[in-house]
Design a protein around this ligand. Structure first.
Ligand code: SAH
Length: 413
C-alpha cells in the first residue's frame, strides 16, 4: 500500500480508505451507483490492496472516472523502513496527509509476541506475522517510562490511517499479516470508534480474526467497559506496572482518573462478558515497583480475574530526554527473581524479548519528532538517525526466506 497515490487529497474529495462495507455501499448510492459497487470497492481496497480506482478493472470505466473525481484512497505514505540487523524486526515510518508521522513495527516470526500460542487455530509460528500498529499521533497519558508519552497528544488516527499501516506492511512483505497488536503509539481506547472500525474491517475484509488481535491499554476504564458491553473479542492487555495506587500514579498518571479498584472492576466485567483471559503487562523498575510489598499486591491483583502476566524488559527512552521520574528509572535487577516468585504463586508469566531494541522499535520506544512548521512542503525529519535507515522497503527482511530461527522468545512493541 503506497498510501495517497491518487494525489494530494483535496478537501472536497472523500477518502474511501477506512470505510466499512456498509459505508461504501451507501457512498456508492449517493453517487447514483448500485450498492453492490460498494462491495466491489471494499474487496479491492482491503483484500487486494488497490491503490487507485483505475486498477479496479471489474468496475465500469465511467464509474471509475466518477470515483477518481469524487474520492481518494488516502492511507499512510511510507517514508522509511528500518530493519533490525539483530532480529529482523522492521520499523516503518509513515507520513500522514497533514505532514505528521507515525511508526509501526513488523515483528518477525522468530521472535514475536505470541498472543495465540494456546489456540488450536493459531497460525504456526512460521506463518505468523505480527504488526504493531499506532492508533494516535503522540499520547495524552504521559506514562513516565514511555517514549510516546513524552511527545504529548497530537491527534487521533483515522480508521484509514490505522488500516493503511497494515496494508503497507502486507504490500512490503508480500505476505499476509496474521496478527495485529494495538500497542504502537497512542492509547487505543481513547480513539475507540476508529480503532474498532479498523479492527472490524481487518476481520471482515483482510482475514485477520478478532482473536488474533490484542489491544493494549494504560487502563482507560470507560473503553474497557465499552469493550465488555459490546462483547468485543479483541484480546485485552492492560499495562498494569503496579498494583499500588500511590506507585502507579507516579508511573502512570491515568491512575488518578481511574484508580486500581475501578480498573479491576472494569477488567472483571470484560472477562465476565467475553470469557477472554486478560493479559497484564508489567515492567519492573529498580526500587520503584519491585519491592516485596509491591510484588505481594501485584500477586493479589492479577489473581482476581483469569489472566496472565507479560513481563517486559525496560527499554531505554533517554533519546526522548524524559524529565522527572522518567529520567531516573532503571530496570530492576530483581526482575528474574520476581518472575520466579510469580510463577511459584501459580501465575502464568511470559517474559518478552526485546526484539527491535537496536532500532528503537521495542515496547514503549516509538516516538517521532514533534512536527516542525513545514518549509517548502518538506516533511519534518524523523528524530532517529540510525545508520541502516532506508528510504523505502527494498531491504529484504532477515526472515523473508521463511526460515525458522529457533528463537521462541516473545517480543512486542
Ligand atoms: N497506550 C497503550 C499502548 C501503547 S504502549 C498502553 O499503555 O498499553 C505498549 C506497551 O509498552 C505497554 O504495555 C507499555 O506499558 C509498554 N511500555 C511503554 N514504555 C515502555 C518502555 N520504555 N519499556 C518497556 N515497555 C514499555
Amino acid at each position: 500500500m503506497e498510501g495517497d497515490v491518487e494525489g494530494t487529497p483535496q478537501t472536497a474529495k472523500v477518502n474511501v480508505l477506512g470505510m466499512s462495507r456498509e459505508e461504501l455501499r451507501t457512498f456508492m448510492t449517493t453517487l447514483g451507483e448500485r450498492p453492490f459497487r460498494g462491495d466491489q470497492i471494499y474487496r479491492w481496497l482491503y483484500a487486494r490492496g488497490a491503490i487507485s480506482f483505475g486498477s479496479m478493472t471489474d468496475i465500469a470505466r465511467a464509474s471509475r472516472e466518477l470515483l477518481s473525481r469524487t474520492a481518494v484512497i488516502a492511507g499512510v505514505v511510507p517514508v522509511s523502513s528500518i530493519p533490525s540487523p539483530a532480529d529482523g524486526t522492521i520499523k516503518f515510518l509513515f507520513g500522514l496527509a497533514d505532514g505528521l508521522r507515525i511508526e509501526s513495527v513488523l515483528i518477525p516470526p522468530s521472535a514475536q509476541f505470541d498472543p495465540d500460542e494456546d489456540r488450536a487455530d493459531a497460525p504456526t509460528r512460521r506463518e505468523r506475522l505480527t504488526l504493531c500498529v499506532s492508533t494516535q499521533v503522540g499520547c495524552p497519558l504521559a506514562c513516565a517510562f514511555c517514549a510516546t508519552g513524552t511527545m504529548g497528544f497530537v491527534r487521533n488516527l483515522t480508521a484509514g490511517e490505522i488500516i493503511g499501516q497494515v496494508l503497507h506492511a502486507r504490500h512490503a512483505t508480500g505476505r499476509r499479516i496474521t496478527n495485529i497488536v494495538f500497542m504502537g503509539m497512542g492509547e487505543p481506547l481513547l480513539n475507540y470508534e476508529r480503532v474498532m472500525n479498523a479492527a472490524d474491517i481487518m476481520t471482515d475484509g483482510m482475514d485477520i480474526g478478532a482473536r488474533h488481535m490484542t489491544l493494549s491499554t494504560a487502563g482507560w476504564c470507560d473503553g474497557i467497559l465499552r469493550m465488555a458491553a459490546e462483547q468485543r473479542r479483541v484480546k485485552l492487555a492492560v499495562s498494569l506496572h503496579s498494583a499500588s495506587d500511590e506507585v502507579r500514579t507516579r508511573l502512570m498518571p491515568v491512575t488518578r482518573r481511574f484508580p486500581l479498584a475501578q480498573l479491576l472492576d472494569a477488567v472483571r466485567r470484560y472477562y465476565a462478558a467475553t470469557r477472554v483471559r486478560v493479559t497484564y503487562e508489567v515492567v519492573f523498575f529498580d526500587d520503584v515497583n519491585d519491592r516485596p510489598e509491591d510484588i505481594r499486591k501485584l500477586i493479589r491483583f492479577v489473581r482476581a480475574v483469569p489472566s496472565k502476566v507479560n513481563v517486559i524488559p525496560f527499554h531505554p527512552i533517554g533519546f526522548m530526554h524524559p524529565e522527572g521520574l522518567g529520567a531516573t528509572l532503571r530496570p530492576s535487577p530483581r526482575t528474574d527473581a520476581i518472575v520466579e516468585q510469580l510463577r511459584a504463586a501459580n501465575i502464568t508469566v511470559m517474559v518478552r524479548s526485546s526484539a527491535g531494541e537496536d532500532i528503537a522499535a521495542a515496547c514503549g520506544q516509538l516516538a517521532v519528532a514533534a512536527p516542525r512548521r513545514r518549509q517548502g512542503g518538506a516533511i519534518p525529519r524523523h528524530r532517529s538517525t540510525l545508520p541502516h535507515e532506508t528510504t523505502n522497503h527494498e531491504t529484504p527482511p532477515l526472515w523473508a526466506t521463511r526460515r525458522r530461527e529457533g528463537n521462541t522468545g516473545e517480543t512486542s512493541c
